[in-house]
Design a protein around this ligand. Structure first.
Ligand code: ACO
Length: 358
């Protein structure tokens, strides 16, 4: 029995390799540094799904097909009322569940487009604003920002979002990807697999951490408050959001890819200075308090700053993560269907046995 399935190998994959000791991430034969900042969301989706989804539009046809999928999905927003009080992730999940299930390229295309349309619509509805229809001629990153904010983003802003989406596209057998593979292994369909991924991702120990990072930065307010605030949080038994990782024992390479993207964007310098001060203080305190454990900055810390600078509210950060990670979930689901079997582990019963008849 391995609590948390640490060190259990449950799949062979051609998709990505996470080297936690070296702080290295390889995605389909490329280092993260080769991909982040040089690859669009559409190119990343094509790379991830290469050879796994025959019939998926190729080359320049893919952005066109994705634009059309976004336009089609807007109909779901228009005709499906959701109950009030759903957060953006729950709204994205509910609208995504309206897509007919299947394992075909058309289904995958809709799923790749869905978080872009549904995230923007969910945020606007919560603000009492009308959702904005997609512009199929734009790239997915540019259209996501336009549907969210109502203005056309600059090329630098669209490029920064592409960098984020590529950086989080895949990451070995993380909790949400494993959940997606389990569901895909039952042949339930790609929509069901992606819904499982979204549901696993939303937890604060996985993709739900960057919202709380913003709350932490806001509560700290200025660099000189960092140490006392962080020590207080640890004294209360809380975890510092954006630090620690199950696999990485060194700095998460994705944190640096995102930090570079923030610098290129020319985001608020004061905010970045505060974040750097908080990061340094957190790392020092975690070293003092957990000397046996190597707790470093993870991807969520700079995710929070980048998505904030692009205009996403913290409550929608996990949806943007889902937008990037859907490429990984779909590729893993297809790989599981092609090469895997039904996933069905065993448990050890430790409860009472029935009483023997006298
Ligand atoms: N702050 C304070 N203490 C921490 C933190 C943290 N961020 N992370 C781990 N620890 C401590 C634990 O309390 C534990 O201490 P103990 O042994 O005295 O009980 C020790 O370090 C080991 O922790 P584990 O829970 O074994 O680490 P695990 O590998 O299970 O957890 C996790 C990894 C969930 C990411 C954890 O580091 C955490 O909760 N981080 C904060 C939330 C976060 O940033 N999540 C995003 C992760 S990245 C991603 O999923 C995309």
């Amino acid at each position: 029995m391995s609590d948390g399935l640490d060190d259990v190998v449950a799949a062979h994959t051609v998709l990505s390799e996470v080297d936690g000791a070296a702080g290295r991430l390889v995605i389909r034969g490329h280092s993260l540094a080769e991909l982040a900042g040089r690859t669009s969301f559409e190119e990343m989706a094509a790379l991830m799904l290469d050879g796994l989804l025959p019939g998926l539009p190729q080359g320049r046809e893919l952005p066109v097909a994705l634009g059309k999928a976004r336009a089609d999905l807007f109909g779901i927003v228009e005709r499906t009322a959701l109950s009030d009080g759903l957060g953006p992730v729950e709204a994205v999940r509910a609208w995504t569940a309206q897509i007919a299930d299947g394992e075909r390229p058309e289904t995958a295309l809709k799923l790749l487009a869905a978080p872009a349309v549904f995230t923007a619509a969910a945020v606007r509805k919560r603000r009492g604003l009308a959702p904005i229809a997609p512009d199929p001629t734009l790239s997915q990153a540019a259209d996501t920002l336009r549907m969210l904010r109502g203005d056309t983003p600059t090329a630098a802003q669209a490029a920064a979002l592409d960098t984020y989406l590529v950086t989080v596209a895949d990451h070995g057998l993380n909790a949400s990807t494993f959940a997606a593979r389990v569901v895909a292994s039952t042949r339930a369909g790609l929509v069901s697999a992606v819904l499982a991924g979204i549901s696993a991702l939303k937890g604060p120990l996985h993709g739900g951490a960057p919202g709380p990072v913003i709350e932490m930065l806001d509560a700290i307010g200025e660099p000189s408050n960092a140490r006392p605030w962080l020590e207080g949080a640890l004294d209360r038994g809380e975890r510092l959001m954006g630090f620690g990782h199950r696999i990485y024992r060194v700095r998460d390479p994705r944190a640096d890819a995102l930090k570079q993207a923030i610098a290129k964007l020319g985001a608020d310098a004061g905010r970045l200075r505060l974040a750097e001060a908080v990061e340094q203080a957190a790392l020092a305190i975690l070293r003092e308090r957990k000397p046996g454990r190597s707790l470093e900055t993870n991807v969520e810390f700079y995710t929070a700053l980048l998505l904030e600078a692009l205009g996403f509210p913290p409550e929608a950060f996990t949806c943007v993560f889902a937008l990037g990670r859907t490429t990984g979930w779909l590729a893993h689901a297809r790989e599981q269907i092609e090469t895997g079997r039904l996933i069905r582990p065993q448990s050890v019963y430790v409860g009472p046995q029935p009483r023997q008849a006298a």
